[in-house]
Design a binder for this molecule. Structure first.
Ligand SMILES: Nc1nc2c(ncn2[C@H]2C[C@H](O)[C@@H](COP(=O)(O)O)O2)c(=O)[nH]1
Ligand SMILES: [Mn+2]
Length: 187
């Protein structure tokens, strides 16, 4: 039975995000990102296909997060087992896994971009700007493509504004409560 539409993304589960997205949701938005590619040196259709299958094995082996401390080799072994169950078609010969093409390398950047975009959306939904900072830290410096870098800078700008607003709101509340707790000056 194919479960990928019901496999929640582990990173959000570990961070107690309510109603976390599924692996399919994640792959779908990466495919939409691939649809918007304007770079003539990259095969757009290939990117769309890679986006739609790159985490297919997770519907069998589960969505392994960095904090699970599963080695690359062990993850590869588990996914290899799932290939025999799913047929090689869905894995496109390990192109994504071994990052062996410019399309695979761009789709990996979409993978990370999609994740921090989702992290930002959860922070906005919860009204907790900055709470999911670890996802931004773990992806820092991993983007090279011009189009992706442009999106990252607008995302960072918007998120930075919201974090600054939150900070000044908290400061005002702290200031307010300090006033309330400060004993009246001797009259
Ligand atoms: N808690 C964290 N989880 C993370 C981080 N980076 C990735 N992840 C999660 C996201 C997915 O659930 C899973 C693997 O994602 P793939 O798209 O590569 O299958 O790991 C992080 O920094 N913190
Ligand atoms: Mn992915």
């Amino acid at each position: 039975m194919d479960k990928k539409k019901r496999v929640p993304r582990t990173g959000w589960v570990y961070n107690k995000v309510k109603e976390p997205e599924s692996v399919s949701d994640h792959m779908y938005r990466m495919a939409v990102m691939s649809l918007t590619i304007t770079d003539p040196t990259v095969d757009k259709d290939r990117c769309i296909k890679l986006a739609l299958v790159h985490d297919m094995a997770e519907s069998i082996v589960g969505d392994i997060a960095p904090s699970d401390n599963v080695s690359k080799e062990e993850k590869h072994r588990r996914e290899k087992v799932s290939k025999t169950q799913k047929g090689n078609l869905f894995f496109m010969g390990g192109e994504y896994e071994f990052q062996s093409s410019s399309e695979a390398r761009l789709v990996k950047q979409f993978d990370l971009l999609e994740m921090i975009l989702q992290a930002h959306e959860y922070e906005e939904l919860e009204g907790t700007p900055g709470r999911l900072q670890e996802f931004f830290d773990s992806t820092a410096g991993r983007f090279q493509h011009q189009d992706v870098l442009q999106l990252i800078s607008s995302l960072d700008e918007e998120r930075g504004h919201h974090m600054a607003e939150e900070e000044s709101k908290n400061e005002a509340q702290r200031g307010g409560s300090e006033k309330l707790n400060t004993p009246p000056r001797d009259s």
